[in-house]
Design a protein around this ligand. Structure first.
Ligand SMILES: [Zn+2]
Length: 212
């Protein structure tokens, strides 16, 4: 499947999952051959998007190809690709439990295996900035550090990965982790995983998880 086909498929999947409502959220995928990234357009229905609606931007956020207006968070995507050359896909959602943490300005701590394996530790909340601004782009890139997910204060979640599929998986696992954290706080005091075990699980995922 081509990069653009993957973007269209995951856009529809993201909408169907409830991670975004309407036309909010956005996703992009790095295109090594063009030294840029394909991103979804601003304010268009994911269900009717075609390849012609996607826009190819360079790492500065300038248009290489496409005629639509790119997502209002194009700068956020551009800054993350610049800060993290390992990244090949970025997904930004407004999923409920992750965003609840972003509103409370609290991290989703290292509490379960899949979360720490795919994210690399807790998910922190980046400094607040208005949507679509350079300040938000810089705060998100800064807040990610070496991890694969960051919360945008009073806004939502950004998941990244070494492929678009992994970035979407990060968003799904973070949302599930956020739900577990919220529920565990209702049941008592969540017990966090220690740093050593977090590192062991992350390394295990990086080196020999799956069919590697
Ligand atoms: Zn957003």
């Amino acid at each position: 499947m081509s990069i653009r086909e993957s973007l269209l498929r995951l856009g529809r999947e993201m909408l169907a999952s409830g991670a975004v409502a309407g036309t909010w959220g956005n996703l992009s995928a790095w295109d090594e051959a063009h030294r840029g990234f394909w991103i979804t357009p601003s304010g268009m229905d994911y269900r009717v998007l075609t390849e012609r609606d996607l826009i190819l931007l360079d790492p500065e956020g300038r248009v290489i190809e496409g005629f639509r207006r790119p997502s209002s968070e194009a700068l956020l995507h551009a800054r993350i690709y610049k800060a993290r050359p390992d990244v090949r896909g970025i997904v930004h959602t407004h999923s409920v439990y992750a965003t609840a943490h972003a509103v409370a300005r609290t991290a989703i701590p290292a509490i379960v295996e899949d979360l720490v394996q795919i994210v690399g530790g807790m998910v922190e909340t980046a400094d607040y900035a208005l949507p679509g601004t350079l300040e938000l782009a810089l705060a998100a890139a800064e807040g990610l550090k070496e991890r694969n997910a960051v919360l945008l204060a009073n806004h939502g979640l950004v998941g990244i990965g070494n492929s678009l599929d992994e970035a979407w998986k990060v968003c799904q696992v973070v949302e599930k982790g956020a739900m577990i954290h919220a529920w565990s706080k209702m049941l008592g005091s969540p017990v966090l995983l220690n740093d050593k075990d977090v590192e062991t699980m992350r390394q295990g995922y990086m080196t020999h998880y799956g069919q590697k």
